[in-house]
Design a protein around this ligand. Structure first.
Ligand SMILES: CC(C)(COP(=O)(O)OP(=O)(O)OC[C@H]1O[C@@H](n2cnc3c(N)ncnc32)[C@H](O)[C@@H]1OP(=O)(O)O)[C@@H](O)C(=O)NCCC(=O)NCCS
Length: 149
């Protein structure tokens, strides 16, 4: 409904969702009842699994091929996740080594999408290793080779 405080509700809903501005999530997921305990709280292991997938996506692009998760350096469940939350997973590469790529992942939950009630629920840092077809570490390719491939 249009009001003096909210003259364009559709635009407000689109812009003020509380999600990071100007960034695209790697993944958007909605947990279902089978991902939660009997109280409707989503299992930490389910969230960790999605975070691992989200973090692997920029790592795989940067490695230009397969990667394996070698370490979960940190993991913080700052707020609970509930069945029906719409989760957005943002992943940014924070360090590139010889064979490794470290990624920061942040997860936001839109709890009540019509009211744009958004909270950051999880943050984590994971390290991936670029691997060859024998599952052995390989060098992360120089960025120039990616731009021309
Ligand atoms: C990934 C794998 C191929 C790497 O082989 P490896 O011989 O252990 O690798 P290395 O010791 O040479 O280390 C590779 C890179 O990881 C980094 N690394 C090793 N241990 C680390 C740790 N605890 N935290 C962060 N980075 C670490 C190293 O510094 C190195 O990075 P760099 O080349 O950029 O300097 C091997 O460990 C593996 O197969 N692990 C299982 C992967 C897996 O199945 N993951 C899914 C979860 S079950």
């Amino acid at each position: 409904m249009t009001t003096p405080e909210n003259p364009n509700p559709i635009a407000v809903t689109a812009v003020n969702r509380g999600l990071p501005a100007g960034k695209m999530p790697e993944l958007r997921m909605m947990p279902s009842p089978s991902d939660a305990n009997v109280y409707g709280d989503v299992f930490g292991g389910w969230i960790m699994s999605q975070v691992d997938i989200a973090g692997s996506l920029p790592a795989t692009r940067r490695a230009n091929g397969r990667v394996a998760t070698i370490a979960v350096n940190s993991f913080l469940f700052k707020n609970p996740v509930f069945v029906g939350d719409l989760l957005s997973f943002y992943a940014d590469i924070v360090k590139i080594g010889n064979t490794s790529i470290t990624v920061n992942v942040e997860v936001y939950a839109e709890r009540n999408r019509l009211q744009a009630d958004t909270v950051k629920v999880t943050e984590a840092v994971l390290t991936y290793v670029a691997t060859d077809s024998n599952r052995k570490p390989r060098k992360v390719p120089p960025i120039e080779t990616l731009m021309h491939s």
